[in-house]
Design a protein around this ligand. Structure first.
Ligand SMILES: Cc1cc2nc3c(=O)[nH]c(=O)nc-3n(C[C@H](O)[C@H](O)[C@H](O)COP(=O)(O)OP(=O)(O)OC[C@H]3O[C@@H](n4cnc5c(N)ncnc54)[C@H](O)[C@@H]3O)c2cc1C
Length: 434
């Protein structure tokens, strides 16, 4: 028996049949482990009985990694603690079920932070971020989860507990040395093919991180990060923290069309901001029509008159820095640089907490807004991997395709890294839209 809990009742199973994706699969049951010993026992039993195990965090993943027919292992109930902080080394030891916002709020005392800021920070957890190799709004500056993990205390499918380090040759465990050597040999023998198939973009998180592995690159932790719980079940993660930026200020650019926004994206990137987020007309109009979200739009009051119309696209430019003067200078230099562009736009800079919260609130409301109304914006092309200078032509082509099917879509997300969410509108209750 285990010290945690196991449930097989239908109500529990139904709770875990879905995540942030389209998929709906009723699992066999759910287990809430209390510690590594519980995880190990469940793995051994499931291996004996040939029952698939599905580790799960906040269940916000968009690709169905947290749903399946087997036994779901939910880490958010009991294994959700920050265990240790080494301030000098900027390292944290955490359990996989800790919620990201909770982790960052506990790290405030140390002036450190976990910089992977997915929009789901109030419910997604570290185990899920490691499973997905997540990256957030500021990925231009901070990169992916892969770039911030030191090591993983994790179980193999036979129940063996191992320590997987991000550096090659530093992992520990009975089988690990041989395992790493074997993985490196396979990767080496397929090097040309792996290189040919790996995009050169920053946010490439499809499949295993084979391109990152090798004796002079990353060790086995690099393989486990992004493996969606298919290779190993995580008990603890050792995270490399970043100094908390003293300030994050915002510059918002409002455009009369989506294409005018995307055309100046390469120029904006030359100023090396922390991130550039895109919101399109569909989201802005939905916010305007919503009694609960309309208040988020009041920051546009100062931008709309200069544009002579309600904006059809917004860029929210995030800028991290240390002092107000430095931030104002950076934002001014972006605005000066934009004087050469032919795109028309209006702008507003935001340095006050309440105004910034409004802008960020609107960005975080994008998905709830798209899911409101009769015609739903369905999960379509999530996380495009398109280089930013090609985004404009890519979206034009995509819009032509949608027109052919008499529909339209919302385009929003992390423009700075070519990672957009494209959600077409379909009424799935209607046969002609299926
Ligand atoms: C509105 C919205 C916005 C989003 N924005 C972003 C974004 O900006 N960037 C981004 O990268 N993603 C984004 N996502 C996707 C998702 O929210 C994130 O990737 C998030 O980090 C997943 O965390 P989770 O705790 O919900 O993971 P889950 O969905 O629970 O799990 C994700 C994967 O991790 C595995 N896993 C979980 N725990 C463990 C464990 N202990 N051991 C081994 N494997 C484990 C699961 O099996 C699964 O395969 C977004 C999703 C939504 C709905």
């Amino acid at each position: 028996s285990i010290e945690g809990e196991v449930f097989f009742e239908k109500a529990y199973r139904a709770l875990y049949a879905t995540d942030g994706s389209h998929y709906e699969i009723l699992p066999l049951g759910v287990v809430y482990p209390r510690h590594g010993g519980d995880i190990q026992k469940v793995i051994e039993l499931c291996a004996e009985e040939r029952i698939p195990l599905i580790p799960r965090g906040g269940g916000t993943g968009l690709t169905g990694g947290a749903v399946g027919k087997g036994l779901v292992m939910d880490f958010t109930r009991y294994m959700n603690q920050l265990l240790e902080v080494d301030e000098a080394k900027r390292l944290a030891r955490v359990q996989p079920g800790i919620i990201l916002d909770e982790l960052n709020s506990q790290l405030q005392d140390y002036q450190l932070h976990w910089p992977i800021d997915t929009a789901t920070g109030n419910r997604a957890v570290i185990g899920g971020q490691i499973g997905n190799n997540s990256s957030g709004m500021s990925s231009l500056q901070y990169g992916l989860t892969l770039h911030h993990v030191e090591g993983l205390k994790s179980f193999l499918a036979n129940g063996e507990s191992c320590y997987f380090h991000i550096q090659p040759g530093s992992s520990r465990g009975y089988q690990v040395y041989d395992l790493e050597a074997r993985v490196f040999r396979i990767v080496e023998s397929l090097e040309g093919e792996i290189q040919r198939r790996t995009p050169t973009l920053l946010r490439k998180v499809g499949g295993y991180n084979l391109h990152a592995l090798g004796p002079n690159k990353m060790g086995l932790a690099g393989l486990i990060i992004g493996s969606e719980g298919t290779l190993s079940i995580l008990e603890e993660a050792f995270l490399r923290l970043s100094p908390k930026p003293l300030r994050r200020d915002l510059l918002v650019l409002a455009f009369p069309s989506l294409s005018q926004a995307l055309e100046i994206l390469p120029l904006l990137l030359s100023f090396h901001p922390t991130g550039i987020e895109l919101l399109d007309e569909v989201i802005l109009e939905k916010a305007k029509a919503s009694s609960s979200f309309r208040t988020y739009l009041s920051f546009l009051d100062s931008l709309t008159p200069a544009l002579n119309q309600f904006p059809k696209a917004l860029f929210i430019i995030l800028q991290d820095g240390s002092s107000l003067e430095e931030q104002q200078e950076k934002i001014n230099s972006i605005l000066q640089g934009l004087e050469q562009t032919k795109s028309s736009f209006s702008w507003g800079s935001f340095f006050e907490d309440s105004a910034k919260a409004q802008v960020v609130g609107l960005r975080k409301a994008a998905l709830p807004l798209l899911l409101s109304g009769r015609m739903k914006a369905v999960t379509g092309v999530e996380d495009t991997a398109v280089s930013p200078e090609k985004l404009c032509s890519y979206i034009k082509e995509f819009q032509d395709l949608l027109e052919k099917y008499n529909t339209h879509a919302s385009f929003y997300g992390h423009a700075s890294v070519g990672c957009l969410h494209i959600r077409p509108f379909f009424e799935l209750s209607h046969m002609s839209h299926r």
